[in-house]
Write a protein that binds this ligand. Sequence first.
Ligand code: SF4
Ligand code: SF4
Length: 135
Amino acid sequence: MQKKKVVLTFPYKLINQPITYHLIKDYDLKVNILRARINPREEGRLMIEIGGEEKSLEKGMNYLKELGVEVQSLAQDIRWLDEKCTHCTVCIPICPTEAIILDRNQMIVSFDKDKCIGCGLCVPACPYKAVEILF
Ligand code: SF4
Ligand code: SF4
């Protein structure tokens, strides 16, 4: 089984469509919604983790694209600004997935985007605005 985290952007006309239901029921995919931003008068955005067999994932992604849903990888929406990070470690205990890692020998903080679920907890916690979520 493959898993990936993606951000779906769907236009206003698709907001009421049961898109995640179809991904689960018709394409046999597992969908976990990580974040949602839906305004009835604007485009909607969903950050999801999606998993399934390779072929099913491919078909599910094609279904989304044919509908007019934009699909992009989560990594494009989370930005770790290395040049702003002072390695103060404030964010380390806050991150629920250990996506922010401390090298205790060198006291250097780094970011593992594959572990990040885009929860956003580190954004207000960072005194130096070193993490941005474009969501
Ligand atoms: S957004 Fe959440 S999961 Fe990602 S690094 Fe920040 S606290 Fe960790
Ligand atoms: S709180 Fe901000 S400055 Fe401090 S280690 Fe985390 S990202 Fe870097």
